[in-house]
Design a protein around this ligand. Structure first.
Ligand code: FES
Length: 595
């Protein structure tokens, strides 16, 4: 176009004629409501974008792809995501789309106080509102550290535009003194060894550098690795996304291919609601058992299902997952690490080995079924991905416990527990809150022995607030010195996906709102029966009522800001701890212009 001829038609302006350029789905591109208009609004939307050097044809009706990036140097597990974003962009350009990267809140699990979980729902709001407010047709979610993956997926489900995920990928195996050491799992072990007098402080300090020696997420089967594998099981990423190490060049290639694929997904109008059916969630529950995944996945999947409108309950976890064997021999349930898992064939090899247990017809972002996308995957190491006749655990799913102590449910991960403690009766040693626990746990006068049951209150969603990962309370030093390695522990908290032990978590309702956990007193007898799925406090109903009548709630110290909003609206653990007003979706339509 020459300078002296004024453009006057959409063609001359290089803007789309929507009738000619509809994608294969038949729907006009959403982004054209921003960039395809020949009026003041279109001028404003295009003109300011052109300050980034985008030529006219960027707005001619090609898909605009948002790259939703949770990069942050304060989230070390996601600190390399700007680099991966560049590979996503290559793929988007190659397929004829226009990539536009945008930042969202990032949640650094190991850095945030009081707990990153407090902010999962806030981040999901950021993702949701950014996706809806901007003129994008589809989105690539870049995340990885524990809460970033569920937060991004929750937000994206509430908008329901074509969405695909690229995870950070796990760190290389940690190394210390020639041995593999695993993120988190070995921190708990080393810490107990120091407290029990079996490891020097100097050795402890040296181990920390060897544990995290490359970019990426925790390389145990903690929450991050669990969620990246479950994303693959849900059909929301390309195959191998779950296990490829962060530094492996093939993750960059996967990012490139993901960029290409999202452009096709926009043309096909393939949305999360098309993929995330009940069957997809059931596959993810099975996958969680098969990999020995994190207890945190329970709450995250419940929350994601709530956003996309799938009726998933705590009982589905037990009903679907309980009988599934754990084949992946990874810490914290086993001994290997994510690098080993990937070299053994990764998540596709696992699914291929267990295909009769999964719904292989479930849809995925690939455009073909889960079964077709994983077909032919081979296992190269039966020690890491075990065979069905030699599982790491025969029945590895999350068990849901009910009883007068947890009327709305509590959970335990039997594969990470001591088998002899899965049926146990003991006297309660009660800690009223985390400060009380920290003040007294190493008191030589504490009346506790290996048969006691440690009970921690005040760590639920509203109570802490945010439901921190403190449920795997460290054992008293005096018992560690005696060689005790595990005890039954009960709380309304969560625990890190890298942790282990006979730990009952997510007791609902939580103690802060007067759940039965609030009424437990020192010396009360409690029975844990995992095979019977029960958690029972041995006091009469009359005694329970009398204690309840005397119980007084503590006044909250949070009177403003996000923490108040969270406390006022957070749901209990059995419902995924989403905010009540965020459940469901609002779609992608914005009715009003900005100027
Ligand atoms: Fe970020 Fe474990 S702390 S993945």
């Amino acid at each position: 176009m020459t300078d002296n001829k004024k453009p006057s038609t959409p063609e001359e302006l290089n803007l789309v004629n929507l009738d000619d350029e509809k994608p294969s789905s038949g729907k006009a591109l959403r982004s054209q409501q921003w960039y395809g208009k020949l009026d003041k609004d279109g001028f404003i939307h295009r003109s300011w974008m052109k300050n980034q050097g985008l030529p006219d044809h960027s707005f001619d009706g090609r898909p605009i792809i948002g790259i939703c990036n949770s990069w942050s140097e304060l989230t070390p597990c996601n600190a390399h995501l700007r680099e991966l974003a560049e590979y996503v962009k290559r793929g988007v350009w190659e397929a004829g789309g226009v990539p536009l990267e945008f930042p969202v809140m990032s949640l650094g699990e190991t850095q945030m106080k009081p707990t990153a979980m407090l902010f999962r729902n806030l981040m999901s709001m950021d993702v949701e509102e950014s996706m809806r407010a901007y003129g994008i047709d589809g989105v690539v979610l870049l995340g990885g550290c524990d809460k970033t993956t569920p937060a991004q997926l929750m937000g994206a489900c509430s908008v329901d535009l074509p969405t695909i995920i690229v995870s950070s990928g796990p760190m290389l195996n940690g190394k210390y003194r020639g041995q593999d050491v695993g993120s988190g799992t070995d921190v708990w072990k080393f810490s107990e060894a120091v407290r029990g007098g079996h490891m020097s402080l100097d050795e402890f300090m040296r181990a920390e550098s060897g544990m995290s020696r490359s970019r990426g997420t925790c390389m145990t089967m903690g929450t991050a690795s669990t969620m990246s594998c479950l994303v693959e099981a849900l059909g929301m990423s390309l195959p191998e996304n779950g296990t490829l190490p962060a530094v492996d060049a093939r993750r960059q290639a996967l990012s490139h291919l993901t960029g290409r694929r999202i452009v096709e997904m926009v043309k096909e109008d393939l949305k999360p609601s098309d993929i995330l059916t009940k069957s997809a969630f059931e596959n993810a529950i099975r996958a969680n058992a098969a990999v020995g995944g994190s207890t945190n996945a329970v709450m995250h999947l419940l929350a994601i299902a709530g956003r996309v409108g799938v009726d998933l309950s705590l009982d589905d976890w037990d009903r679907i997952g309980a009988e599934i064997p754990c084949l992946v021999d990874l810490m914290p349930s086993g001994k290997y690490l994510m690098e080993d898992f990937h070299y053994a064939g990764g998540f596709p090899a696992l699914i291929e080995r267990m295909r009769h247990l999964f719904d292989m017809d479930a849809k995925s972002v690939t455009g073909v079924s889960l079964g077709e996308s994983m077909q032919g995957a081979e296992c190269f190491n039966d020690d890491v991905i075990r065979t069905l006749d030699n599982p790491l655990r025969e029945k590895a799913g999350i068990a849901v416990l009910r009883g007068n102590l947890s009327p709305l449910g509590a959970i335990i991960k039997p594969s990470a527990a001591t088998p002899a403690l899965l049926q146990h009766k003991g006297k309660a040693v009660v800690f009223e809150n985390i400060e009380d626990y920290k003040a007294r746990i190493d008191d030589p006068e504490l009346d506790i022995d290996a048969n006691s049951i440690m009970v921690l209150k005040g760590c639920g969603p509203k109570g802490y607030p945010g439901m921190p990962e403190v449920g795997n309370m460290a054992l008293p030093s005096k018992l560690l010195e005696q060689g005790v390695t595990d005890m039954v522990r009960i709380s309304d908290a969560r625990m890190s996906g890298t942790a282990f032990g006979t730990v009952v978590l997510h007791v609902a309702p939580e103690s802060t709102i007067g759940g039965p956990l609030a009424l437990v007193e020192n010396g009360d007898e409690i029975s844990l029966d995992v095979s019977g799925r029960s958690l029972h406090l041995h006091i009469s109903d009359e005694e329970m009522q009398a204690r309840k009548a005397k119980w007084q709630p503590e006044e909250s110290e949070y009177h403003r800001g996000y923490a108040k909003l969270y406390i006022d609206h957070v749901l209990q653990a059995d419902q995924g701890a989403d905010l009540d007003f965020l459940v469901g979706k609002s779609g992608s339509v914005v009715k009003r212009e900005s100027h």
